[in-house]
Design a protein around this ligand. Structure first.
Ligand SMILES: [Fe+2]
Ligand SMILES: [Fe+2]
Length: 199
């Protein structure tokens, strides 16, 4: 996406918003989009992992991810905006390169990689200077849940891979998806640099 299409996106916002606020709304819209698409991964897992333990953990996990999406939506609303439609965010770019994961171990491995990335992005944002207090609150709240998400998904994936007689499969997939994640993040960081000067 170019700086000019960022302008086009921002044009959907009410007039008269300060450029700094527009930038915030854009960034939170990307975060919101990643949370919603992450929820979709969890939803797909709900349909293919029928055991009672997974069903329970996935239900709580899904509730957390949709709450995260809501917290960003609420934050955008407080700034006088509405969530912007994001069509080329992190998850879409990952999906384009990784294809559609079908097996449970593939989906779980992809979930671990995207959750770790989300956690890292939020932790980096927390360290920036001049972050509004309300944004810090949201960042702390969403970050708090990621630890248990990553732990249980990783454990389940290892268990399934071992049961299938392919204990190394999960680590191979992690490596594959991490490579894709690094490529995509290079693009996203480039986009964020443009964002810093656009709007
Ligand atoms: Fe989340
Ligand atoms: Fe999560």
């Amino acid at each position: 996406m170019s700086a000019s299409s960022l302008h086009a996106l921002a044009a959907a916002l009410p007039e008269g918003l300060e450029p700094a606020i527009v930038r915030e709304i854009l960034i939170y819209s990307y975060y919101r989009d990643a949370e919603l698409r992450g929820s979709n991964l969890i939803y797909r897992l709900l349909r293919i992992l029928p055991d009672p333990e997974s069903q329970t953990l996935l239900s709580e996990h899904l509730a957390d991810e949709t709450r995260h999406a809501w917290l960003w939506t609420e934050r955008i609303r407080e700034l006088g905006g509405a969530p912007l439609p994001i069509v080329d965010g992190y998850q879409v770019r990952i999906g384009r390169r990784a294809g559609v994961p079908r097996s449970p171990v593939e989906l779980l491995a992809l979930t671990v990689v995207v959750e770790q990335r989300a956690l890292r992005r939020y932790q980096e944002h927390l360290k920036r200077r001049d972050v509004p207090e309300r944004t810090l609150e949201v960042l702390r709240s969403v970050t708090k849940d990621e630890g248990w998400h990553i732990d249980w998904v990783r454990k389940k994936a290892r268990e399934l891979a071992a049961d299938a007689g392919e204990p190394e499969r999960f680590d191979e997939l992690l490596e594959k998806y991490r490579g894709i994640d690094r490529e995509v993040m290079a693009e996203i960081e480039d986009l964020e640099r443009q964002l810093a000067t656009a709007a």
